[in-house]
Design a protein around this ligand. Structure first.
Ligand code: UD1
Length: 381
């Protein structure tokens, strides 16, 4: 146990979750505080950005994560509406709870919205997964990352290169700590319970193709434009002649596939649509895949940790270590390039890769230790 403090000075940390990928990042952090620093009082606030059972409750259950103390139930909206509504609802909760610090993870709208409220109220912000940069300001997450880092007093990075990005933006070196990847903490902890692909596909009424590729797509740049989505889907139909594809579909993508009639086209090919999956099902499918095609940030990291080849269907990544050291290749969105890279993976087995530094299952422990020491120092008389 670290630095026990008197009950009167009990540090109070408010942790924010909002969207599916936040949950895998927060679960190990909560567990590490419970074990290493039980003297820190933790409040868990869910903004309600993701609310579907499959996007939220199932993942809580899979991670064995405790229920939030408060849910702001903001739901969906335009970026301005959603961000403003989170700020409006979060401010009064923050004032009521009066935490000593607020811990946010990742890069979703709720991350920035809560960081902004806390910073304006004079409460220090701690950012986990700081310093990732794609250099692409057309991505809403890039704006959220840059601004959240500027608002944060304590910044935990998940890959070594992130530090240089932060220093370049004028953030003082002593505020930056290389903790490692909390998402990989969750992966390593939950992998023994991953659901075998055959079982999860049976549960969804699907045949089990022993060799398959796994596809996920949800970035606005790929799915919000019907013509662009159609081109990507045609590419996937071509690939599926060689390798059947399993496609768990995000609600944003599902809406566009239905609107454009592309869903029907996919059903004529070996592209199997699935609902959004639980975390343990997704781990099982990733682990068993010959190839993963994705535009998700988290999946680029998870495939590197699993040693499974990944083609990223974007022109850039904010997680360059997955390319430099891991199994990830930036494939872009050009059909010929994607098909050529995918066929190369099928021929050669793809990049071997190695596990990046501190993707070792102990990132959350480093965060809990450093945060507790920092909070204790701040609260010392
Ligand atoms: C958000 C994050 C993205 C993250 C992704 C993980 C932002 C800017 N984006 O994108 O970084 O990778 O979560 O999934 O914060 N919807 C539902 N049910 C839900 C949630 C959303 O049906 O539980 C639908 C709604 O139609 C909504 C749309 O999905 O309009 C988009 O949801 P939103 O939370 O705005 O962004 P995501 O695309 O999920």
């Amino acid at each position: 146990m670290l630095d026990p403090v008197l009950p009167a000075a009990r540090p109070h940390l408010l942790c924010i979750v909002a969207a599916r990928p936040n949950l895998m990042k927060m679960a190990p952090i909560l567990a590490a505080f419970a074990t290493l620093a039980p003297q820190v009082r933790i409040s868990l606030v869910h903004t309600g950005q993701h609310y579907d059972t499959a996007m939220n409750a199932q993942v809580f259950a899979d991670l064995g994560m405790r229920a939030p103390d408060i849910n702001l139930e903001v739901g969906s909206g335009s970026h301005a509406q959603q961000t403003a509504e989170i700020m409006r609802r979060y401010e009064s909760v923050h004032l009521d709870l009066a935490p000593h610090a607020v811990l946010v993870v990742g890069d979703v709208n709720s991350t920035l919205a809560c960081a902004l409220v806390a910073a304006k109220l004079g409460t220090p912000v701690i950012h986990v997964e700081a310093g990732l940069r794609s250099g692409d300001r057309a991505m809403p997450e890039e704006i959220n990352r840059v601004l959240t880092d500027q608002l944060s007093e304590l910044l935990f990075t998940s890959e070594a290169g992130a530090r240089a990005n932060l220093l370049r933006e004028g953030i003082a070196g002593q505020r930056i700590h290389f903790a490692g990847n909390v998402m990989i903490d969750s992966l390593l902890r939950q992998l023994p319970d991953a659901v075998p692909p055959r079982i999860s596909l049976q549960a969804h009424g699907r045949d089990y193709p022993p060799a398959y590729g796994l596809l996920t797509l949800h970035r606005p740049s790929n799915v919000d434009d019907g013509a662009r989505l159609a081109t990507l889907m045609e590419t996937m139909c071509s690939l599926s002649a060689q390798l059947p594809l399993l496609f768990p579909v995000h609600p944003r993508t599902r809406a566009m596939l239905e609107k454009t009639g592309l869903e029907r086209r996919l059903r004529e090919h070996a592209v199997m649509l699935l609902p959004p999956l639980g975390y343990l099902e997704m781990l099982g499918l990733m682990q068993g895949a010959r190839l993963v095609l994705t535009d998700s940030g988290g999946i680029q990291e998870e495939t590197t940790a699993l040693g499974v080849p990944c083609l990223t269907l974007r022109d850039n990544t904010e997680r360059p270590v997955t390319v430099d050291e891991g199994t990830n290749v930036i494939a872009g969105t050009d059909p010929a390039a994607i098909l050529s890279l995918a066929r190369q993976v099928l021929r050669t087995g793809g990049k071997r890769g190695r596990i990046p530094q501190y993707w070792d299952g102990h990132a959350a422990e480093r965060i809990a230790t450093a945060t507790t020491q920092w909070l204790s120092a701040r609260l010392a008389p």
